[in-house]
Design a binder for this molecule. Structure first.
Ligand code: KIV
Length: 264
């Protein structure tokens, strides 16, 4: 079984094969997702909401992500493992270097940071030090209180252009993957076409290079809130493995997301 790497993810974009991704937080689910051939697993700071029951992701620590990354790594043979850098763990470049090193040592193959141009030199420094980086633009949940809630981003022309400019700037700084969250289809389409690196969408329509869902949303078991852009695959398939396979197949065949799970 060939391991998924930054090179194979790039090849998938070039060849038009959609990337299927899920969040994961423990070894058992990681093993199940890996066996169904998920391409990417993210140890998301969404764990603050779906595991701990918080209203946002802000209380999650580097130690939390490191612990869950080590669990996921043990269940993973094939998928590419990305770990989230929590709120304020990369506020300065020095903090980013120290904390990203902890997450890589725990088993991540890449770290994810939320934000635009202000991160350019931090990303460059991480990549120079051998740490691959995934960007995250659009609705960046660590900034939920700046946005005034979990709201679709990029609906206005100026904001859409800012997202595109930030994506290009992050790519120039060295990111090898980008998560684009809760933006209109048209914005995601423009960003995915403009970038050479793979763009993975969540609530960003079908025209990105791949899709990611929070695993609890995909199973329809999230404690608090089910976002409009998510789909409950367990309801249709009545078996966890079958639900994961159906999600992966739908992403690969571009059946998910439909217009019902996207924003115009
Ligand atoms: O924390 C998380 O799970 C994420 C995904 C929603 C992309 O960042």
């Amino acid at each position: 079984m060939k391991k998924v790497t930054t090179s194979s993810l790039l090849k998938m974009k070039i060849e038009g094969e959609k990337i299927a991704a899920l969040t994961a937080y423990d070894a058992s689910f990681a093993k199940m997702f890996d066996e169904q051939h998920i391409d990417v697993m993210l140890i998301g700071d969404s764990l603050g909401m779906v595991l701990r029951g918080d209203d946002d992701t802000l209380s999650v620590t580097v130690e939390d992500i490191a612990y869950h990354t080590s669990c996921v790594r043990k269940g993973t043979s094939r998928a590419f493992v990305v770990a989230d850098m929590p709120f304020m763990s990369y506020a300065t470049a020095e903090q980013a270097f120290t904390n990203a090193a902890k997450l890589m040592a725990s088993g991540a193959s890449m770290v994810k940071v939320e934000g635009g141009n202000w991160l350019s030199s931090t990303i460059k420094g991480l990549v120079e030090r051998g740490i691959p980086v995934c960007g995250h633009l659009g609705l960046t949940p660590q900034s939920v209180h700046v946005f005034g809630g979990f709201k679709v981003q990029g609906r206005e022309t100026k904001q859409a252009q800012e997202i595109l400019d930030a994506a290009l700037s992050l790519e120039k700084s060295g990111i090898q993957l980008l998560v684009l969250e809760c933006v209109p289809n048209s914005v995601a389409k423009r960003v995915s076409a403009a970038l050479s690196i793979p763009v993975i969408g969540i609530g960003a329509g079908a025209e990105t290079d791949g899709q990611i869902l929070v695993m609890h949303d995909m199973f329809g078991i999230s404690a608090n809130y089910m976002p409009k852009f998510s789909k409950n695959y367990l309801a249709e398939h009545n078996d966890m493995r079958a639900a994961v396979t159906a999600y992966i197949d739908d992403v690969k065949a571009q059946r998910f997301p439909s217009s019902a799970h996207s924003f115009e």
